[in-house]
Design a protein. Structure first.
Lengths: 159, 756
């Protein structure tokens, strides 16, 4: 039995689930939080990025047991239903970043962590962090633009 | 429509569909067909029995103007998007066309994915950059017809002439009496009125467009940024189990036996069984009832299925498996290039005389196989229910998927229900329905339980319908004036059956520059192969443009001429090279316009520091004329930095500027990524790359600035998902030549020592 704190709520995962199951699959299959995506399973593409105590991690590389007692945030937890979207989410909509959209949850999670640490990143700062994430559609130009736009929104006092 | 511009695979499946639907006029007039829920309904001309009533929302009778427009008395305006969304933006751009003619504000509109129903919607697929050209006119008329009926409803209600009425933002206005009614208020009356002939309804002049050509953000963006379930992989069905399907390392081998009894004892495993080889899964065929042999493991979670697969031991029969070797193919191609071609596909003028009298240039180009690598690995959820089946799939060809599953399971098509889900990337991979066939069979063999079949990244890379590799031995001549006088291509490709090239491994005998040059010869030789191939973003063009535009640049260099001047000279007088729908084939005038425009925007001809260069390339594909310039620098270790790429396109009027620009930028980055470092190789029938560490898709730090400009023309609007891809690689290669004097003749460039 594992108690996982995800998006501020405690979820109990039963003994039917192998504690060594990567957090990614517990989120998706056991808890139905399918916003976190499977892309490679080997820590290469970062589609599965979530926050562990505020830092971006690849959830395909972390056993669920290692997440016990930690604060996990997924894409669903950035702006719970009814709550306003974060500046990053708003910027992603306004800049029309997505094409297929499959990688974007991971991109948004990493961008959110970047801006929390570095509120006014340069292009080089963005490239250094965001190079962990693959976008097969090649929306990188707009990802840069959206991160700058979100940074500006946050400076103005947004979420 | 003429079949010329329908991709070959769609021609085959559509030909069969056309026979079945011979009685139906699927793309004809809109006419009155009958009553539904008390309201009149318009539909594309069909026998009454072929229609299926739309789900009726609560709160009154909706005005189902046609399959694309539904107006509820509450005022809600629902527009239906007919084609699969895989990142090309059609779930937004197709309804925009309806909204423009309906005269509604985009904010008033709710877009829904339509059901998959050939009777109501005609062909529904995402391929060939055809969604816009094939649907533009139909969707305009769908919007305009609904608008005309709402005007008629207001005219009747107010007893005024329809000619005195105008529309704006989802309302009809009578200025003289200062009366206004929303479409919702008019829905009840509109539903009782006769339906006008769609071909007689006036369409807006382009200068009155308020929505088309503007930047509109994707209709699913708000759901995407919240991580809501949209994709095939996100599908969950009550009682659903999770399956992995283990196929042989050697493509086409068949499972003989496996340690199934042991696997069934493993954690979470509910079932494990061999699935027999069916049909011809090595041949790309979206409607093919075909499955590679393998072992299915059905478990209570994806992870438990994957863990059990690690303990799986299978005995494979490799008698009919691929034995192919990429290294072997390269050696064979080099030998073939020294001999006469096996066949001449087309010939014009006197090539040999031109070679004898001019300065000749020769070069041998090579391009590797590549994988689609959609970021969402292939997956499908299926629930076999004895005499019917329900499918949830992120496919690019949902109608073909229904055909394939019906044939595979021996079910009537009406018993196959397919729910179309968003695809996490397409690029042509999801034109094939192999994962759909697998899921259907596995659900059936598992006893009729709902099953999600999930491919791993490794599965996705090992079992693809790859972009075929190939070779071109090119020879050309320039005369003393520096003019191109002859062109010969010995096109060396692969064949499975010994008769025809593999899927997407063919070339047209009139491929540029044969279509503009008197002395031309297109010849072909083929190498036997059993590696599955299929369409991959801008099939054919994605490699042909690289060879053609690089080699033409070689010719310009040999002629000591500037490439823009040389290329414009090759195009000659402005003319259409062939007729056809959606603007026909290459138009040399449109080509010259984009070439000159991109030269101007990029500052072509300016002086650059040592190690830095500009390269230009043009390609016509998918009815789109595209010219691109790359500015690169190259250091001593052959590390390439692509600083900026300029794209100028003529695809007629733009539907959604945001999406069109995004597609062009994405295509350039995809092309840069693929050209610089992506390849699939195989030995003894086994693909050697397994995951992204061996297939290095470019990251954000390699993405250049990309300037996109669309010429404002009045040609028919055409698609944008593919044609920006082909010119990018040769533009970069030509820029590397300008910077270094070194010619690259291999895709990917990493084979010649370059990196990014």
């Amino acid at each position: 039995m594992l108690n996982l704190t995800i998006n501020g709520r405690t979820h109990t995962v039963g003994d039917d689930v192998d504690p060594q199951t990567p957090l990614l699959w517990v989120l998706r299959d056991t808890l139905g939080l399918v916003g976190t995506k499977y892309g490679c399973g080997v820590g290469q593409c970062s589609a599965c990025t979530v926050h562990l105590n505020g830092s971006p991690i690849q959830s395909c590389q972390v056993p669920a047991s290692a997440a016990v007692g930690q604060q996990i945030t997924t894409i669903e937890g950035l702006a719970p239903p009814g709550a306003p979207l974060t500046a990053v989410q708003q910027a992603w909509i306004e800049e029309d970043v997505a094409q297929c959209g499959y990688c974007q949850a991971g991109q948004i999670m990493r961008a959110t962590a970047l801006l929390a640490r570095n509120p006014q990143p340069t292009d080089e700062d963005i490239d250094r962090d965001m190079a962990a994430n693959v976008c097969r559609c090649g929306t990188y130009t707009r990802i840069r633009k959206a991160i700058h736009s979100a940074a500006a929104k946050m400076k103005m006092g947004g979420a | 429509m003429s079949s010329v511009y329908l991709p070959e695979f769609m021609q085959k499946v559509e030909a069969r569909r056309a026979e079945e639907a011979a009685a139906l006029s699927r793309r004809g007039f809109i006419k009155l067909t009958g009553l539904a829920g008390g309201g009149l309904v318009l539909a594309l001309s069909l026998p009454q029995g072929a229609r299926r009533a739309l789900a009726q929302p609560s709160g009154g009778t909706p005005f189902d103007a046609n399959p694309y427009v539904q107006i509820e008395p509450t005022g809600r305006i629902v527009l239906f998007a007919k084609n699969p969304e895989v990142g090309q933006g059609v779930k937004t751009s197709l309804p925009m066309i309806v909204a423009e003619e309906l005269d509604v504000d985009w904010q008033q509109v709710e877009v829904r994915q339509s059901e998959i129903d050939a009777a109501r919607y005609g062909p529904q697929f995402a391929g060939g950059s055809l969604s816009i050209p094939m649907n533009y006119e139909t969707l305009r008329r769908a919007g305009a017809t609904a608008r005309a009926m709402l005007i008629a409803a207001a005219a009747k209600t107010w007893n005024v002439p329809a000619a005195e009425l105008t529309t704006e933002a989802g309302a009809v206005r009578h200025t003289a009496s200062n009366r206004r009614a929303t479409y919702g208020e008019l829905a009840d009356v509109a539903a009782t009125l006769p339906v006008p002939d769609a071909s007689s309804v006036a369409l807006k002049p382009k200068q009155n467009f308020r929505l088309l050509g503007k930047r509109v953000t994707g209709v699913d963006n708000a759901k995407l940024v919240r991580g809501e379930p949209l994709f095939g992989i996100d599908q969950r069905v009550p009682g659903m189990l999770y399956a992995t399907f283990a196929k042989a390392p050697a493509i086409g081998a068949r499972a003989v036996s496996a340690n199934l009894d042991h696997v069934r004892t493993l954690r979470g495993v509910k079932n494990a069984f061999i699935v027999a080889h069916q049909g011809d899964p090595l041949a790309f065929n979206p409607a093919g009832a075909a499955v590679l042999s393998g072992v299915a493991i059905v478990a209570d979670s994806t992870w438990n299925a994957l863990q059990a697969k690690k303990a799986l031991e299978v005995r494979w029969d490799e008698a009919q498996a691929s034995k192919d070797s990429w290294k072997g193919a390269v050696a064979e191609a080099k030998a073939i290039a020294t001999k006469a071609p096996a066949q001449v596909l087309g010939e014009g003028g006197n090539v040999d005389a031109a070679f004898a009298s001019g300065k000749t240039v020769e070069a041998f180009y090579t391009y590797h196989y590549v994988s689609h690598a959609d970021l969402e690995p292939q997956n499908c959820t299926a629930w076999f229910k004895g005499d019917s089946i329900e499918i949830w799939a992120p496919t690019q060809t949902p109608q073909n998927a229904v055909d394939a599953v019906a044939a595979l399971l021996g079910l009537p098509k009406e018993k196959v229900t397919l729910h179309q889900l968003r695809g996490g990337g397409g690029f042509g991979r999801r034109l094939a329905n192999d994962s759909v066939c697998e899921a259907a069979l596995i659900s059936k063999q598992a006893g009729g339980v709902p099953v999600k079949v999930q491919w791993t990244r490794e599965d996705d890379m090992a079992f693809d319908y790859y972009r075929p590799g190939g070779f071109q031995a090119l020879k050309a001549a320039v005369d003393s004036a520096g003019k191109l006088t002859a062109w010969q291509n010995h096109f060396i490709t692969f064949t499975m059956d010994g008769q025809a090239p593999v899927s997407a491994g063919n070339i047209d005998k009139n491929e540029f520059p044969a279509n503009v040059l008197a002395n031309n010869r297109m010849a072909q030789s083929m190498i036997r192969s059993r590696i599955p191939t299929g369409p991959w973003r801008a099939p054919g063009s994605n490699v042909i443009a690289f060879c053609t535009q690089s080699f033409l640049h070689e010719c310009a260099v040999a002629a000591n001429r500037d490439y823009v001047d040389f290329l414009v000279g090759v195009m000659g007088e402005p003319r259409a090279t062939s007729a056809g729908p959606f603007g026909g084939g290459l138009h040399t005038g449109r080509a010259v316009d984009v070439i000159k425009a991109v030269a101007e925007r990029s500052g072509w001809g300016r002086t650059l520091p040592r190690g830095r260069g500009l390269g230009l390339a043009f390609h016509f594909s998918h009815q789109g004329h595209f010219a691109e310039v790359a500015e690169v620098s190259v250091d001593a270790s052959k590390k390439v930095t692509v600083h900026k790429v300029w794209v100028v396109a003529d695809i007629g009027p733009i539907v959604n500027l945001s999406s069109a620009e995004n597609q062009c930028q994405g295509s350039v980055i995809d092309a840069l990524s693929t050209a610089m470092g992506l390849k699939i190789t195989f030995e003894n029938g086994r693909v050697e790359q397994t995951n992204f560490h061996q297939y290095p898709i470019a990251r954000i730090d390699k993405a250049p600035e990309i300037d996109v400009h669309f010429l404002d023309t009045d040609y028919a609007p055409t698609g944008c998902g593919e044609p920006a891809f082909p010119p990018a690689a040769p533009a970069i290669a030509n820029a590397i030549f300008a910077a270094t004097g070194q010619r690259i003749r291999t895709l990917p460039f990493s084979e010649e020592g370059y990196s990014i």
